[in-house]
Ligand binder design. Structure first.
Ligand SMILES: *[C@@H]1O[C@H](CO)[C@@H](O)[C@H](O)[C@H]1NC(C)=O
Ligand SMILES: *[C@@H]1O[C@H](CO)[C@@H](O)[C@H](O)[C@H]1NC(C)=O
Ligand SMILES: *[C@@H]1O[C@H](CO)[C@@H](O)[C@H](O)[C@H]1NC(C)=O
Ligand SMILES: *[C@@H]1O[C@H](CO)[C@@H](O)[C@H](O)[C@H]1NC(C)=O
Ligand SMILES: *[C@@H]1O[C@H](CO)[C@@H](O)[C@H](O)[C@H]1NC(C)=O
Ligand SMILES: *[C@@H]1O[C@H](CO)[C@@H](O)[C@H](O)[C@H]1NC(C)=O
Ligand SMILES: CC(=O)N[C@H]1CO[C@H](CO)[C@@H](O)[C@@H]1O
Length: 776
């Protein structure tokens, strides 16, 4: 679905074309990526030495008369080697040919994965409500790369927390409104980065002469970072609610964990070079898990080596640090998932078992259950004139635009005082804009007919708002036609708990397969991302505050941005119970124990009531308690990932730079071989139905009781023949690893993607391995 963001992106892209020639000579920010910074002896250069080397490299290509440009925006030298700087296209291209350089690419602007969900909203508390975690006493550190943090939130209270782990090397940076004392034993670190701006004041590709520091501190002025941080690692706060909605205990996924905030983003987005710097810092500081609810637009995805999150996450992974990312909000079309590298844990979003209803009552007494979060002051006892927006068009405006409530399409004289019904037949304008349009025209309220997004309640603040589906919308329009003076009212939102079915994959959640390679099944897992209750900045200029109330300390937000820190928190929780487990073991545990059934005991569905497939939900909805005891895990080693890079097609020289070793690619490297990477799911991108079976190998590690025997069962769609051997895997003190093969034969299978799973069970554990097989 085209969002307003994408639209703006296109406008920018075409204006760049207009100025093509001058743009090519005008310096802009580029990222120069030079691989791993670790040397063969395991050490890395000191910071000044690395910067000097980077400057020397720069001076070799920047003409001496422009020596004022001879400066680095960021220098990466902890885990990642490289820098960002202002370069012309020509300089960038000559640098890219340099022996020590892996890739050079324009510094991209990445978006927070709630950009669309400024439109969205709802509530929840921590990982699935109702689950109590066993006592986990450990010192796992979660790094959050986001918009900063509101340290006074009760979610970051450190009461009862022990000493900060001695391995922590991070800092608490001060700013005008952020003191060292704002950090504590819960929020143990906070960094911020300079935000660059161009002359137009928008966030930019970094003109060093125009540095702006809107708030030179780690303090959050957006609310996104505070929300994600408290979802991942906030402590339990009783009596939390959003103005009474979703009342309950707000708790992060791993309340015992420490949080470190890396403020790399502002409301307008995040520059890729800054995110890369934040990842490099987080690795150096000693975090265990990094949570990133940010991504490139799915339209502009190019290559792993041009993607700062993919590059940073690769080196984090190499250093044993897990990186969890949101998969994006560009669903429900296929090929929209981003952050899809195999070394990233990619998260899709689902609803939880609660709903926010804002009932519409027509003048004839007929009620319709709409969805919204609103603090409407209208009541049942009085109704207001009701009109269809198409009939309120401004002069010489097509009624198709007016019916969709486009900016400028409505005649405010006709709108004032009425409850307006808008449609969503054209998704170019978001509901947030529609609300602003009718609100500015002095409407009394807005009823939006939107079948697809009605499941994601929108926070309209104090403005009376309700969103209904096509059926109810038709009835409402029919009523308007049937009477001379139609009227209606919109009641304040009520919270409806125990909604079934749940979870349901969110409409907006980005879908697989991955656009860069289909050989890794993406997204990996699903987590709650609709209506998540978590800490927010309690500022009245940021959220609309109902009359007579103090700004809420909690808010309801939706997006894969909200799902990602649930998984980061769950991973931290598992690490706190199993400190010795590696990132890949934790990821495998969360994937193979994920659930694929809902609270009605039926298979999980998507928002249009079809069974959800692994391109929508990955291995399923995370179940952190089961993941504590997965039985078997798939370990994916750094070498596996280096083989991935070989098979994907990168030159050996590049892979050696990235690994910092003299790794050698197999002489025969085909993309098809990626399927054999020891990943906890299987994706076969082309299974030729006329050819012989395709066989893949996997190795599992026993993390359950020493002596165990597992047998396999296969669930495959009709026509796809799947065989697994050996039929049994036996583990003992002497052997805690075992390999198996699975073959796929598609002669009679339906063309296109077939989904199923192989489950290893010892009677206690079920180790579910999802597969996606594209039969051609
Ligand atoms: C930075 O912006 C200023 C003002 O717009 C301009 O004069 C200057 O040339 C720019 N510098 C670069 C390196 O683009
Ligand atoms: C939560 O609110 C209820 C009712 O307002 C009150 O009885 C209870 O003590 C509060 N709990 C906490 C922990 O503040
Ligand atoms: C609702 O609140 C608005 C201001 O927020 C006020 O103008 C309006 O009169 C109120 N309506 C009712 C029915 O109280
Ligand atoms: C309402 O009336 C308009 C104009 O006569 C017509 O185009 C529309 O289809 C009617 N809608 C319904 C739901 O009856
Ligand atoms: C739900 O799944 C069905 C079947 O795969 C598909 O046709 C439909 O488009 C999906 N709905 C959404 C909202 O993705
Ligand atoms: C490079 O390869 C040689 C021989 O294959 C090996 O002995 C050496 O340790 C390797 N060096 C690094 C840095 O991996
Ligand atoms: C459920 C809920 O909180 N509804 C609120 C909607 O807004 C009105 C006016 O502010 C409140 O009185 C309701 O409590």
């Amino acid at each position: 679905m085209a969002s307003i963001q994408k639209l703006l992106f296109f406008v920018t892209a075409s204006s760049l074309l207009l100025y093509g020639t001058t743009a090519a000579q005008k310096p802009q920010s580029y990222i120069v990526y030079m691989g791993s910074s670790s040397k063969s002896n395991g050490e890395s250069d000191t910071e000044p030495a690395a910067e000097l080397a980077h400057l020397q490299l720069l001076s070799s290509i920047i003409p001496s008369e422009e020596s004022q440009r001879l400066s680095l925006i960021h220098s990466y030298n902890h885990a990642i080697k490289g820098f960002s700087a202002m370069l012309t296209e020509k300089e960038a291209s000559s640098l890219s040919g340099h022996e020590k350089v892996v890739s050079v690419f324009p510094d991209p602007v990445l978006q927070l994965h709630t950009t669309r969900s400024w439109d969205f909203l709802d509530s929840e508390s921590g990982i699935r409500s109702g689950i109590k975690y066993p006592q986990a006493s450990s010192d796992v550190i979660i790094g959050i790369i986001d918009t900063g943090i509101w340290p006074e939130s009760p979610s970051f209270n450190d009461e009862g927390m022990g000493e900060i782990p001695s391995r922590w090397k991070g800092v608490c940076m001060e700013g005008s409104d952020f003191k060292k004392s704002n950090c504590n034993r819960k929020l143990i670190g906070a960094r911020y980065y300079t935000i660059f701006s161009d002359s137009t004041g928008s966030k930019s590709r970094g003109n060093r002469t125009h540095v702006i520091r809107p708030i030179g501190s780690p303090r959050d002025s957006v609310g996104h970072g505070t929300h994600t941080a408290s979802t991942a690692g906030g402590v339990a706060v009783a009596n939390a609610s959003y103005y009474g909605l979703a009342h309950g205990t707000a708790r992060g996924g791993s309340p015992s964990s420490r949080i470190a905030m890396y403020k790399a983003c502002s409301l307008g987005g995040c520059s890729g070079s800054t995110i890369l710097k934040a990842i490099d810092d987080a690795i150096k500081d000693g975090v265990d898990i990094i949570s990133i609810s940010i991504g490139m637009s799915s339209i502009f995805q190019s290559d792993f080596l041009n993607d700062p999150i993919a590059i940073g996450a690769f080196h984090a992974n190499q250093m044993g640090v897990m990186v969890v990312c949101s998969g994006g909000n560009d669903g429900p079309d296929p090929y929209t998932v981003v952050n899809s590298a195999p070394w990233i844990f990619t998260v899709a979003a689902s609803n939880i078992d609660r709903d926010f209803r804002s009932t519409v009552v027509l003048g004839n007494g007929q009620p319709f259950q709409g969805s919204a979060i609103n603090f409407s002051n209208l009541t049942r006892s009085k109704t207001y004139p009701l009109a269809f927006a198409g009939a309120l068009a401004a002069v010489s405006t097509p009624s198709s635009e007016a019916s969709n409530c486009y900016p400028g399409s409505l005649d405010s004289k006709k709108v004032a005082g009425k409850i307006v019904v808008c449609m969503d037949t054209d998704p170019m304008v978001s509901r947030r804009i529609k609300k602003l349009v009718v609100e500015a025209a002095k409407a009394k309220g807005l009823i939006l007919i939107d079948e697809s997004e009605k499941g994601v309640p929108f926070d309209a603040g104090v403005f009376p708002f309700s969103e209904v589906g096509d059926m109810a919308g038709y009835q409402i329009l029919k009523y308007i036609n049937s009477t001379k003076n139609p009227t209606a009212t919109i009641l304040p939102t009520v919270h409806v708990p125990g909604v079934r079915p749940a979870p349901v994959v969110a409409y907006f959640s980005s879908r697989g397969p991955g656009g860069i390679t289909e050989t890794i099944l993406k997204p990996d897992v699903t987590a709650p991302g609709i209506g998540i209750l978590a800490a927010i900045i309690p500022r009245s200029d940021v959220i609309s505050v109902p009359v007579g109330k103090k700004p809420s300390k909690f808010a309801l937000k939706s997006g894969t941005s909200m799902a990602c820190p649930h998984v980061a928190g769950a991973a931290a929780f598992i690490k706190s119970v199993h400190p010795g487990w590696t990132s890949s073991m934790i990821k495998s545990a969360l994937m193979t124990t994920a659930t694929t059934s809902n609270n009605m005991g039926k298979p999980l569905t998507n928002s249009t009531d079809s069974f959800a497939n692994p391109h929508e939900m990955g291995s399923g909805e995370i179940n952190p308690i089961s993941a504590l005891n997965p039985g078997l895990v798939y370990e994916t080693s750094t070498d596996d990932l280096l083989y991935f890079l070989c098979y994907y097609g990168y030159k050996e020289k590049i892979i050696r730079s990235m690994s910092g070793t003299n790794f050698s690619c197999p002489s025969n490297s085909l993309e098809d071989f990626i399927t054999d990477l020891n990943y906890p799911s299987i994706s076969i991108t082309k299974l030729d139905g006329r050819r012989a079976a395709r066989t893949v190998t996997r190795t599992v590690t026993n993390v359950g009781s020493t002596n165990a025997m597992y047998t396999a069962t296969v669930h495959a769609p009709k026509g796809l023949l799947v065989k697994v051997w050996p039929e049994r895997l036996v583990f003992s003190r002497a052997s805690h690893k075992a390999s198996f093969k699975a073959s796929f034969y598609g002669k009679t299978a339906t063309r296109g993607y077939n989904f199923g799973h192989v489950t290893w069970s010892d009677g206690i554990h079920s180790v579910r391995t999802v597969f996606a097989v594209n039969v051609v």
